[in-house]
Each structure stands twice: as structure tokens, then as C-alpha cells.
Design a protein around this ligand. Structure first.
Ligand code: GRF
Length: 208
């Protein structure tokens, strides 16, 4: 299966996917990495590995819909079977979502703590358990059907970085596992329920 990965920051989730995809048995390969901004480590990681990259900046477009269309075109050029949003910090619009299935990873147990500040929000709330969620992306903010979740404890003395790093260790493993299974086994969606291993999407007969 062909993956396009979207990043906005350090790209450690991307790196985990790159490392996994090095093994042909994983069943997915990254065909391009896209971002909404330049000079981020995530793009540097892709370039070091010789992967095609593209940058589509909101500021370069007269309106959000133009940005959404440009992003769709940039992704479409690589003919992905699945798009993975891995720390991509923009809301994807109907042009992109209408063209490709998109999976996102979020550093909280949705529906708790959606949005761009999930880790500090969980800390501020005082939860004793948080975690990460891998979900299909829909038109809302972190509201798409959940595919997998894993809990991560909040420890006394945690600051945002300590907690986020603990979450990211789990998140990278979960994202690699789920993306690989979707690529190899396909999936199907019934309402808010995603089932892996059903071949409605991405049956093996599609792109090698
Ligand atoms: C991840 O925790 C992701 O869920 C959140 O931002 C972080 C990105 O980390 N949106 P990286 O860029 O993959 O290292």
C-alpha cells in the first residue's frame, strides 16, 4: 500500500513509520511526505531518506478552500492508498477528505481533550490516565471514528514534555501497528465503528 504522511513538526511518528516500512513484510511504503510549513525536522527526516516531499502553506493561498484544493492535488500526485496525519497541525478540508482515507494520531483518549493542546489540557484537568488515539479523520476536529486507543498513566511531577514523551512512545507503536494492519488487511467502516481485516478498503488487489 502507498502511504502519504503529513507532518508539521519533529516527525518522530513519521520516523517510526519509515523504520517499519523498511521491512517489505510491513505491507506499506511511504511514497511522499507533506507539510504545511518549511524547515521542520519532519521534512528533514524525509529528505535524508530520499523521500519526495511537498509543502503547501496556508499563507500562500487566498482562502482555506484554495489551500485544501492545493493540498489535495499535492497528495494526489503520489496516488496514495492511505494518508497518515502524524502530528499535522491543520484541519483537513472536504477536498482532501473526499479524495483519500485519512488516519490521524492524537495524544489523548478521544473524545477527551480534542484539539491542538491535548497534553497540557489533560495535565491541567488533573486526569490520572490519558493516552493516545488512532482514528479516521472526518470533517470535525479529532471527531472521526476511533480505530485504536491505548492508555498512558499521568505521573506525579509530570510536566507537558514528560507526559507527551511518555504518550509518544506508545503512540508511535500504536500508529505503526494500525497503519500496517490497514495496509495488509484492509478495513471497513460501519457508522462509528471501524473493523480491520475487512476488505472494503485497500484490498490486496489494489496497488502493490
Ligand atoms: C504527536 O503526539 C501527535 O499526536 C501530535 O503532535 C505530536 C507530533 O509528534 N499531534 P511528531 O511530529 O510525530 O514527533
Amino acid at each position: 500500500a502507498r502511504l502519504v504522511v503529513l507532518v508539521s513538526g519533529s516527525g518522530t511518528n513519521l520516523q517510526a513509520l519509515m523504520d517499519a516500512a523498511a521491512d517489505d513484510a510491513y505491507g506499506a511504503r511511504i511514497v511522499a511526505v507533506g507539510a504545511d510549513r518549511d524547515d521542520i525536522e519532519g521534512l528533514a527526516r524525509a529528505r535524508r531518506a530520499g523521500l519526495p516531499t511537498f509543502v503547501v502553506k496556508l499563507a500562500d493561498h487566498p482562502a482555506r478552500s484554495a489551500w485544501d484544493q492545493a493540498l489535495r492535488a499535492a497528495i494526489a500526485a503520489h496516488e496514495p492508498d492511505l494518508v497518515v496525519s502524524a502530528g499535522f497541525m491543520k484541519i483537513l478540508g472536504p477536498e482532501v477528505l473526499g479524495a483519500f482515507p485519512v488516519v490521524n494520531t492524537h495524544p489523548a483518549l478521544l473524545p477527551s481533550f480534542p484539539g491542538a493542546h491535548a497534553v497540557p489540557d489533560a495535565l491541567a484537568y488533573g486526569v490520572r490516565v490519558t493516552g493516545c488515539t488512532v482514528h479516521l479523520v472526518d470533517a470535525g476536529v479529532d471527531t472521526g471514528p476511533v480505530i485504536a486507543q491505548e492508555a498512558v498513566p499521568v505521573l506525579d511531577g509530570d510536566d507537558e514534555d514528560a507526559l507527551h514523551e511518555r504518550i509518544k512512545t506508545v503512540e508511535r507503536r500504536l500508529l505503526v501497528e494500525i497503519v500496517g494492519r490497514m495496509a495488509r488487511e484492509g478495513w471497513t467502516v460501519a457508522g462509528r465503528h471501524v473493523r480491520l481485516g475487512e476488505r472494503d478498503h485497500l484490498s490486496q488487489s489494489q496497488s502493490p
